[in-house]
Design a protein around this ligand. Structure first.
Ligand code: COA
Length: 396
Protein backbone atom coordinates (compact mmCIF):
# COMPACT_ATOMS: atom_id res chain seq x y z
CA UNK A 1 0.00 0.00 0.00
CA UNK A 2 1.43 3.37 -0.95
CA UNK A 3 -0.67 5.10 1.70
CA UNK A 4 -2.51 3.46 4.58
CA UNK A 5 -6.29 3.62 4.26
CA UNK A 6 -8.77 2.24 6.78
CA UNK A 7 -12.40 1.23 6.91
CA UNK A 8 -13.82 3.18 9.85
CA UNK A 9 -17.60 2.77 9.62
CA UNK A 10 -19.90 0.25 7.93
CA UNK A 11 -23.61 -0.34 7.57
CA UNK A 12 -26.25 -2.09 5.50
CA UNK A 13 -30.00 -2.34 5.04
CA UNK A 14 -31.96 -5.52 5.45
CA UNK A 15 -31.58 -7.58 2.28
CA UNK A 16 -34.71 -9.08 0.71
CA UNK A 17 -37.81 -8.17 -1.25
CA UNK A 18 -38.14 -4.58 -0.06
CA UNK A 19 -41.29 -3.73 -2.04
CA UNK A 20 -42.22 -0.85 0.25
CA UNK A 21 -38.82 0.84 -0.28
CA UNK A 22 -37.66 2.79 -3.32
CA UNK A 23 -34.02 2.83 -4.47
CA UNK A 24 -33.66 6.22 -2.75
CA UNK A 25 -35.10 4.81 0.52
CA UNK A 26 -32.54 1.99 0.40
CA UNK A 27 -29.72 4.48 -0.18
CA UNK A 28 -30.83 6.54 2.83
CA UNK A 29 -31.17 3.45 5.07
CA UNK A 30 -27.73 2.15 4.07
CA UNK A 31 -26.13 5.58 4.55
CA UNK A 32 -27.76 6.13 7.95
CA UNK A 33 -26.79 2.66 9.11
CA UNK A 34 -23.16 3.55 8.27
CA UNK A 35 -23.28 7.03 9.85
CA UNK A 36 -24.71 5.50 13.02
CA UNK A 37 -22.06 2.77 13.24
CA UNK A 38 -20.95 2.74 16.87
CA UNK A 39 -17.37 2.03 15.80
CA UNK A 40 -16.66 5.61 14.79
CA UNK A 41 -16.77 6.55 18.49
CA UNK A 42 -17.80 10.01 17.40
CA UNK A 43 -20.81 11.77 18.80
CA UNK A 44 -22.88 11.84 15.61
CA UNK A 45 -20.86 11.25 12.48
CA UNK A 46 -20.29 14.58 10.75
CA UNK A 47 -21.34 13.98 7.16
CA UNK A 48 -19.58 17.14 6.01
CA UNK A 49 -16.14 15.58 6.51
CA UNK A 50 -16.87 13.18 3.62
CA UNK A 51 -15.10 14.66 0.59
CA UNK A 52 -15.65 11.92 -2.02
CA UNK A 53 -18.44 9.43 -2.89
CA UNK A 54 -18.30 6.33 -5.08
CA UNK A 55 -21.53 4.43 -5.75
CA UNK A 56 -21.56 0.78 -6.84
CA UNK A 57 -24.59 -0.16 -8.92
CA UNK A 58 -25.12 -2.53 -11.81
CA UNK A 59 -28.52 -1.88 -13.31
CA UNK A 60 -30.37 1.11 -11.85
CA UNK A 61 -31.27 2.31 -15.35
CA UNK A 62 -32.81 -1.01 -16.38
CA UNK A 63 -34.29 -2.12 -13.02
CA UNK A 64 -35.86 1.19 -11.90
CA UNK A 65 -35.23 3.68 -14.75
CA UNK A 66 -32.70 5.51 -12.62
CA UNK A 67 -29.19 6.32 -13.72
CA UNK A 68 -26.81 9.07 -12.65
CA UNK A 69 -26.53 7.67 -9.14
CA UNK A 70 -23.50 9.70 -8.01
CA UNK A 71 -25.43 12.94 -7.46
CA UNK A 72 -28.61 11.08 -6.48
CA UNK A 73 -26.88 9.35 -3.56
CA UNK A 74 -24.91 12.43 -2.61
CA UNK A 75 -28.03 14.60 -2.34
CA UNK A 76 -30.12 11.84 -0.68
CA UNK A 77 -27.48 11.59 2.06
CA UNK A 78 -26.90 15.34 2.37
CA UNK A 79 -23.24 15.11 1.39
CA UNK A 80 -23.20 18.43 -0.43
CA UNK A 81 -21.47 19.19 -3.71
CA UNK A 82 -18.60 16.72 -3.39
CA UNK A 83 -17.22 14.59 -6.29
CA UNK A 84 -19.60 11.64 -6.75
CA UNK A 85 -19.43 8.91 -9.39
CA UNK A 86 -21.01 5.53 -10.08
CA UNK A 87 -18.92 2.41 -10.83
CA UNK A 88 -20.35 -0.45 -12.90
CA UNK A 89 -18.80 -3.90 -13.15
CA UNK A 90 -21.85 -6.20 -13.02
CA UNK A 91 -22.06 -8.03 -9.66
CA UNK A 92 -18.58 -6.68 -8.80
CA UNK A 93 -19.72 -3.04 -9.05
CA UNK A 94 -19.32 -2.10 -5.40
CA UNK A 95 -15.94 -3.83 -4.89
CA UNK A 96 -14.81 -1.80 -7.89
CA UNK A 97 -16.31 1.31 -6.26
CA UNK A 98 -14.33 0.52 -3.10
CA UNK A 99 -11.15 0.12 -5.17
CA UNK A 100 -11.87 3.40 -6.97
CA UNK A 101 -12.24 5.21 -3.62
CA UNK A 102 -9.01 3.62 -2.37
CA UNK A 103 -7.09 4.83 -5.43
CA UNK A 104 -8.56 8.34 -5.15
CA UNK A 105 -7.41 8.49 -1.52
CA UNK A 106 -3.98 7.09 -2.31
CA UNK A 107 -3.63 9.76 -4.98
CA UNK A 108 -4.18 12.37 -2.25
CA UNK A 109 -7.53 13.55 -3.67
CA UNK A 110 -9.66 12.50 -0.69
CA UNK A 111 -9.19 12.10 3.08
CA UNK A 112 -12.61 10.68 3.91
CA UNK A 113 -14.52 8.75 1.24
CA UNK A 114 -17.85 6.97 1.26
CA UNK A 115 -18.61 3.88 -0.83
CA UNK A 116 -22.24 2.88 -1.20
CA UNK A 117 -23.48 -0.18 -3.10
CA UNK A 118 -27.16 -0.43 -3.98
CA UNK A 119 -29.53 -2.45 -6.15
CA UNK A 120 -33.31 -2.53 -6.40
CA UNK A 121 -34.14 -5.69 -8.34
CA UNK A 122 -37.67 -6.74 -7.39
CA UNK A 123 -39.67 -3.96 -9.05
CA UNK A 124 -39.51 -5.89 -12.34
CA UNK A 125 -40.84 -9.41 -12.87
CA UNK A 126 -38.30 -12.25 -12.48
CA UNK A 127 -37.89 -12.97 -16.20
CA UNK A 128 -37.14 -9.31 -16.87
CA UNK A 129 -34.70 -9.35 -13.95
CA UNK A 130 -32.82 -12.25 -15.55
CA UNK A 131 -32.66 -10.38 -18.88
CA UNK A 132 -31.23 -7.33 -17.12
CA UNK A 133 -28.67 -9.48 -15.30
CA UNK A 134 -27.60 -10.92 -18.66
CA UNK A 135 -26.49 -7.43 -19.70
CA UNK A 136 -23.35 -8.57 -17.84
CA UNK A 137 -22.85 -11.48 -20.26
CA UNK A 138 -22.06 -11.35 -23.96
CA UNK A 139 -25.18 -10.17 -25.76
CA UNK A 140 -24.46 -11.60 -29.21
CA UNK A 141 -23.29 -15.08 -28.25
CA UNK A 142 -24.95 -15.70 -24.86
CA UNK A 143 -28.05 -13.57 -24.14
CA UNK A 144 -29.30 -13.93 -27.72
CA UNK A 145 -28.90 -17.71 -27.43
CA UNK A 146 -31.18 -17.71 -24.36
CA UNK A 147 -28.50 -18.27 -21.74
CA UNK A 148 -28.97 -16.97 -18.20
CA UNK A 149 -26.33 -16.78 -15.48
CA UNK A 150 -27.83 -19.88 -13.90
CA UNK A 151 -27.30 -21.55 -17.31
CA UNK A 152 -23.70 -20.36 -17.61
CA UNK A 153 -22.76 -21.46 -14.09
CA UNK A 154 -24.54 -24.77 -14.75
CA UNK A 155 -22.09 -25.33 -17.64
CA UNK A 156 -19.23 -24.66 -15.23
CA UNK A 157 -20.68 -27.08 -12.69
CA UNK A 158 -21.28 -29.81 -15.28
CA UNK A 159 -17.70 -29.51 -16.61
CA UNK A 160 -16.29 -29.56 -13.06
CA UNK A 161 -18.30 -32.71 -12.31
CA UNK A 162 -17.11 -34.30 -15.56
CA UNK A 163 -13.42 -33.44 -15.13
CA UNK A 164 -13.00 -33.90 -11.37
CA UNK A 165 -15.86 -36.10 -10.19
CA UNK A 166 -17.43 -33.30 -8.15
CA UNK A 167 -20.90 -34.31 -6.97
CA UNK A 168 -24.21 -32.47 -6.60
CA UNK A 169 -24.08 -33.36 -2.89
CA UNK A 170 -20.75 -31.55 -2.51
CA UNK A 171 -22.18 -28.46 -4.21
CA UNK A 172 -25.24 -28.64 -1.97
CA UNK A 173 -23.00 -28.68 1.13
CA UNK A 174 -21.90 -25.14 0.24
CA UNK A 175 -25.50 -23.90 0.39
CA UNK A 176 -26.08 -25.86 3.62
CA UNK A 177 -23.09 -24.14 5.28
CA UNK A 178 -24.10 -20.68 4.07
CA UNK A 179 -27.70 -21.09 5.23
CA UNK A 180 -26.43 -22.31 8.62
CA UNK A 181 -24.21 -19.22 8.97
CA UNK A 182 -27.00 -16.90 7.83
CA UNK A 183 -29.50 -18.20 10.38
CA UNK A 184 -28.24 -15.73 12.99
CA UNK A 185 -28.10 -12.82 10.54
CA UNK A 186 -31.05 -10.47 11.14
CA UNK A 187 -30.36 -8.70 7.82
CA UNK A 188 -30.41 -11.86 5.66
CA UNK A 189 -33.12 -12.66 3.10
CA UNK A 190 -33.32 -16.36 4.05
CA UNK A 191 -32.70 -17.23 7.70
CA UNK A 192 -33.57 -20.91 7.68
CA UNK A 193 -31.20 -23.85 7.84
CA UNK A 194 -31.44 -26.40 5.08
CA UNK A 195 -30.20 -29.91 4.25
CA UNK A 196 -28.47 -31.58 1.31
CA UNK A 197 -31.63 -33.57 0.72
CA UNK A 198 -33.83 -30.43 0.56
CA UNK A 199 -31.41 -28.82 -1.87
CA UNK A 200 -31.28 -31.84 -4.15
CA UNK A 201 -35.09 -32.01 -4.15
CA UNK A 202 -35.61 -28.28 -4.81
CA UNK A 203 -36.81 -27.41 -8.30
CA UNK A 204 -34.24 -27.69 -11.08
CA UNK A 205 -33.22 -24.27 -12.43
CA UNK A 206 -30.39 -25.19 -14.86
CA UNK A 207 -29.16 -28.76 -14.57
CA UNK A 208 -27.27 -29.53 -12.28
CA UNK A 209 -28.08 -26.33 -10.33
CA UNK A 210 -31.33 -26.41 -8.38
CA UNK A 211 -33.16 -23.51 -6.73
CA UNK A 212 -31.21 -23.89 -3.50
CA UNK A 213 -27.87 -23.77 -5.35
CA UNK A 214 -28.77 -20.24 -6.49
CA UNK A 215 -28.61 -16.85 -4.83
CA UNK A 216 -31.97 -15.05 -5.00
CA UNK A 217 -33.18 -11.81 -6.55
CA UNK A 218 -32.73 -9.17 -3.84
CA UNK A 219 -33.07 -5.49 -2.95
CA UNK A 220 -30.54 -3.91 -0.60
CA UNK A 221 -27.72 -1.51 0.07
CA UNK A 222 -24.46 -1.38 2.00
CA UNK A 223 -22.15 1.52 2.84
CA UNK A 224 -18.59 2.05 4.05
CA UNK A 225 -16.60 5.09 5.20
CA UNK A 226 -12.86 5.08 4.50
CA UNK A 227 -10.22 7.34 6.03
CA UNK A 228 -6.55 8.01 5.40
CA UNK A 229 -4.22 7.29 8.31
CA UNK A 230 -4.02 11.03 9.08
CA UNK A 231 -7.81 11.27 9.29
CA UNK A 232 -7.96 8.16 11.50
CA UNK A 233 -5.65 9.98 13.93
CA UNK A 234 -7.45 13.33 13.62
CA UNK A 235 -10.86 11.84 14.38
CA UNK A 236 -9.46 9.44 17.03
CA UNK A 237 -10.99 6.34 15.42
CA UNK A 238 -10.61 3.50 17.92
CA UNK A 239 -10.98 0.36 15.84
CA UNK A 240 -9.91 0.94 12.24
CA UNK A 241 -9.70 -1.98 9.82
CA UNK A 242 -6.86 -1.51 7.35
CA UNK A 243 -6.84 -2.30 3.64
CA UNK A 244 -3.84 -4.58 3.23
CA UNK A 245 -4.15 -5.32 -0.49
CA UNK A 246 -6.38 -4.66 -3.48
CA UNK A 247 -6.48 -6.29 -6.91
CA UNK A 248 -8.66 -6.65 -9.97
CA UNK A 249 -8.52 -9.15 -12.82
CA UNK A 250 -10.64 -9.56 -15.93
CA UNK A 251 -11.22 -12.19 -18.60
CA UNK A 252 -12.94 -12.68 -21.97
CA UNK A 253 -16.63 -11.85 -21.45
CA UNK A 254 -17.47 -14.75 -23.82
CA UNK A 255 -17.40 -17.80 -21.57
CA UNK A 256 -17.02 -20.52 -24.23
CA UNK A 257 -13.94 -18.80 -25.70
CA UNK A 258 -11.98 -19.08 -22.46
CA UNK A 259 -8.86 -21.17 -21.90
CA UNK A 260 -10.61 -23.14 -19.15
CA UNK A 261 -14.25 -23.47 -18.12
CA UNK A 262 -13.47 -24.59 -14.57
CA UNK A 263 -11.08 -21.93 -13.41
CA UNK A 264 -11.49 -18.16 -13.57
CA UNK A 265 -8.45 -16.43 -15.02
CA UNK A 266 -9.72 -13.13 -13.59
CA UNK A 267 -9.48 -14.55 -10.06
CA UNK A 268 -6.10 -16.16 -10.75
CA UNK A 269 -4.80 -12.83 -12.04
CA UNK A 270 -6.19 -10.88 -9.06
CA UNK A 271 -4.77 -13.38 -6.56
CA UNK A 272 -1.37 -13.17 -8.27
CA UNK A 273 -1.48 -9.39 -7.74
CA UNK A 274 -2.37 -9.91 -4.06
CA UNK A 275 0.69 -12.17 -3.69
CA UNK A 276 2.84 -9.49 -5.32
CA UNK A 277 1.62 -7.20 -2.52
CA UNK A 278 3.13 -9.63 0.00
CA UNK A 279 0.05 -11.60 1.07
CA UNK A 280 -0.58 -15.28 0.41
CA UNK A 281 -3.48 -17.56 1.25
CA UNK A 282 -1.57 -18.67 4.36
CA UNK A 283 -2.04 -15.18 5.87
CA UNK A 284 -5.82 -15.30 5.52
CA UNK A 285 -8.03 -16.33 8.45
CA UNK A 286 -11.46 -16.15 6.78
CA UNK A 287 -13.08 -15.58 3.40
CA UNK A 288 -15.99 -13.69 1.93
CA UNK A 289 -16.46 -15.25 -1.52
CA UNK A 290 -19.01 -14.87 -4.27
CA UNK A 291 -21.46 -17.79 -4.03
CA UNK A 292 -23.99 -16.46 -6.57
CA UNK A 293 -24.24 -20.17 -7.44
CA UNK A 294 -22.72 -22.93 -5.30
CA UNK A 295 -20.20 -23.88 -8.02
CA UNK A 296 -18.76 -20.37 -7.94
CA UNK A 297 -17.78 -20.70 -4.26
CA UNK A 298 -16.20 -24.09 -4.95
CA UNK A 299 -14.17 -22.75 -7.88
CA UNK A 300 -13.17 -19.69 -5.81
CA UNK A 301 -11.70 -21.92 -3.09
CA UNK A 302 -9.56 -23.59 -5.76
CA UNK A 303 -8.59 -20.43 -7.67
CA UNK A 304 -7.59 -18.58 -4.49
CA UNK A 305 -5.30 -21.48 -3.60
CA UNK A 306 -7.05 -22.89 -0.53
CA UNK A 307 -7.20 -26.31 -2.18
CA UNK A 308 -5.85 -27.86 -5.37
CA UNK A 309 -7.72 -27.58 -8.67
CA UNK A 310 -10.40 -30.25 -8.73
CA UNK A 311 -10.29 -30.83 -4.96
CA UNK A 312 -12.92 -28.23 -4.03
CA UNK A 313 -15.65 -30.84 -3.61
CA UNK A 314 -13.61 -32.90 -1.14
CA UNK A 315 -12.50 -29.72 0.65
CA UNK A 316 -16.12 -28.71 1.23
CA UNK A 317 -17.11 -32.27 2.18
CA UNK A 318 -14.39 -32.23 4.85
CA UNK A 319 -16.07 -29.18 6.41
CA UNK A 320 -13.02 -26.96 5.86
CA UNK A 321 -15.27 -23.95 5.12
CA UNK A 322 -17.35 -24.24 8.30
CA UNK A 323 -17.01 -21.69 11.13
CA UNK A 324 -14.69 -24.15 12.90
CA UNK A 325 -12.97 -25.32 9.71
CA UNK A 326 -9.51 -24.45 8.37
CA UNK A 327 -10.84 -21.45 6.40
CA UNK A 328 -14.25 -20.20 7.60
CA UNK A 329 -16.07 -18.92 4.53
CA UNK A 330 -19.06 -16.59 4.23
CA UNK A 331 -19.42 -16.51 8.00
CA UNK A 332 -22.62 -14.43 7.94
CA UNK A 333 -24.46 -16.41 5.23
CA UNK A 334 -22.97 -15.48 1.85
CA UNK A 335 -25.04 -14.48 -1.15
CA UNK A 336 -27.11 -17.64 -0.84
CA UNK A 337 -28.61 -16.80 2.54
CA UNK A 338 -28.12 -13.03 2.84
CA UNK A 339 -29.25 -12.36 -0.73
CA UNK A 340 -27.57 -10.82 -3.75
CA UNK A 341 -28.56 -7.25 -4.68
CA UNK A 342 -25.93 -7.29 -7.38
CA UNK A 343 -24.54 -3.75 -7.08
CA UNK A 344 -24.46 -3.96 -3.27
CA UNK A 345 -22.89 -7.36 -2.69
CA UNK A 346 -19.22 -6.33 -2.90
CA UNK A 347 -19.79 -3.58 -0.32
CA UNK A 348 -21.77 -5.96 1.91
CA UNK A 349 -18.86 -8.44 1.84
CA UNK A 350 -16.52 -5.68 3.06
CA UNK A 351 -19.02 -4.62 5.75
CA UNK A 352 -19.13 -8.17 7.13
CA UNK A 353 -15.36 -8.70 6.85
CA UNK A 354 -14.70 -5.43 8.70
CA UNK A 355 -17.08 -6.46 11.50
CA UNK A 356 -15.35 -9.83 11.76
CA UNK A 357 -11.97 -8.08 12.18
CA UNK A 358 -13.35 -5.52 14.65
CA UNK A 359 -14.83 -8.31 16.75
CA UNK A 360 -18.53 -7.55 16.33
CA UNK A 361 -19.65 -10.14 13.76
CA UNK A 362 -22.85 -12.10 14.37
CA UNK A 363 -20.72 -15.26 14.06
CA UNK A 364 -17.53 -13.97 15.61
CA UNK A 365 -14.34 -15.96 14.98
CA UNK A 366 -11.58 -16.03 17.56
CA UNK A 367 -9.14 -13.15 16.91
CA UNK A 368 -8.95 -13.18 13.09
CA UNK A 369 -6.16 -10.95 11.74
CA UNK A 370 -6.80 -10.90 7.98
CA UNK A 371 -9.88 -11.53 5.85
CA UNK A 372 -10.12 -11.81 2.05
CA UNK A 373 -13.14 -10.66 0.03
CA UNK A 374 -13.65 -11.91 -3.53
CA UNK A 375 -16.39 -10.20 -5.54
CA UNK A 376 -17.09 -11.60 -9.03
CA UNK A 377 -18.77 -9.87 -11.97
CA UNK A 378 -20.70 -11.99 -14.50
CA UNK A 379 -19.32 -15.45 -15.16
CA UNK A 380 -15.94 -14.37 -13.80
CA UNK A 381 -15.32 -11.66 -16.38
CA UNK A 382 -14.31 -9.38 -13.49
CA UNK A 383 -12.80 -10.45 -10.18
CA UNK A 384 -11.98 -7.99 -7.41
CA UNK A 385 -10.09 -8.98 -4.28
CA UNK A 386 -9.55 -6.96 -1.13
CA UNK A 387 -7.63 -8.11 1.91
CA UNK A 388 -8.66 -6.36 5.11
CA UNK A 389 -6.49 -6.50 8.19
CA UNK A 390 -6.55 -5.68 11.89
CA UNK A 391 -2.96 -4.52 11.48
CA UNK A 392 -1.65 -1.51 9.61
CA UNK A 393 -0.03 -2.79 6.36
CA UNK A 394 3.48 -1.51 7.17
CA UNK A 395 3.50 -3.39 10.49
CA UNK A 396 2.10 -6.67 9.17
N1 COA B 1 -33.01 -19.69 -2.66
C1 COA B 1 -33.97 -20.12 -1.83
N2 COA B 1 -35.27 -19.87 -2.00
C2 COA B 1 -35.61 -19.13 -3.06
C3 COA B 1 -34.66 -18.63 -3.97
C4 COA B 1 -33.31 -18.93 -3.74
N3 COA B 1 -32.38 -18.51 -4.56
N4 COA B 1 -35.30 -17.93 -4.92
C5 COA B 1 -36.60 -17.98 -4.61
N5 COA B 1 -36.78 -18.70 -3.49
C6 COA B 1 -38.05 -19.05 -2.87
C7 COA B 1 -38.99 -17.87 -2.79
O1 COA B 1 -38.89 -17.22 -1.54
C8 COA B 1 -40.32 -18.55 -2.97
O2 COA B 1 -40.71 -19.11 -1.72
P1 COA B 1 -42.25 -19.06 -1.25
O3 COA B 1 -42.98 -19.83 -2.32
O4 COA B 1 -42.22 -19.74 0.08
O5 COA B 1 -42.59 -17.61 -1.22
C9 COA B 1 -40.04 -19.70 -3.91
O6 COA B 1 -38.66 -20.02 -3.72
C10 COA B 1 -40.31 -19.40 -5.36
O7 COA B 1 -39.76 -18.12 -5.62
P2 COA B 1 -39.76 -17.44 -7.05
O8 COA B 1 -39.45 -16.01 -6.83
O9 COA B 1 -41.02 -17.83 -7.80
O10 COA B 1 -38.53 -18.14 -7.73
P3 COA B 1 -38.11 -18.00 -9.21
O11 COA B 1 -38.25 -19.35 -9.81
O12 COA B 1 -38.79 -16.85 -9.87
O13 COA B 1 -36.58 -17.61 -9.07
C11 COA B 1 -34.30 -18.29 -9.28
C12 COA B 1 -35.64 -18.52 -8.58
C13 COA B 1 -33.27 -19.21 -8.69
C14 COA B 1 -34.46 -18.58 -10.78
C15 COA B 1 -33.90 -16.80 -9.11
O14 COA B 1 -33.81 -16.54 -7.72
C16 COA B 1 -32.58 -16.53 -9.79
O15 COA B 1 -32.52 -16.39 -11.01
N6 COA B 1 -31.48 -16.41 -9.05
C17 COA B 1 -30.19 -16.11 -9.63
C18 COA B 1 -30.01 -14.62 -9.75
C19 COA B 1 -28.76 -14.28 -10.55
O16 COA B 1 -28.53 -14.78 -11.64
N7 COA B 1 -27.95 -13.37 -10.01
C20 COA B 1 -26.74 -12.94 -10.66
C21 COA B 1 -25.67 -13.92 -10.41
S1 COA B 1 -24.30 -13.77 -11.52
Amino acid sequence: MTKNIAVVAVGQTKFGELWEHSLRDIVIDAGNSCFNDANTQMSGFERKIIDNLVVGNMGGGSFVNQGHLGPLVSSALGLGNIPAVRCEGACASSALAFRHALHTMQAGKSHVSMVLGVEKMTDVDPSRALNILMEAGDFESESMAGLTFAGLYALMARKHMHDFGTTREQLAMISVTNHKNGKQNPLAQFRSETTVDTILKSSMIADPLALMDCSPITDGGAAIILMTEDAVKKYAIKNPVWIAASACGTDNIIYHQRKSLTELQATLSAMKQIKEQGISEKDINFLEVHDCFSINELVALEDLGFCKKGQGGKFVENNEIALNGSIPTNTTGGLKSIGHPVGATGARQIVDAAKQLRGDSINQLKTPQNGLCLNIGGIGSTAVIHVLSKNKPDVR
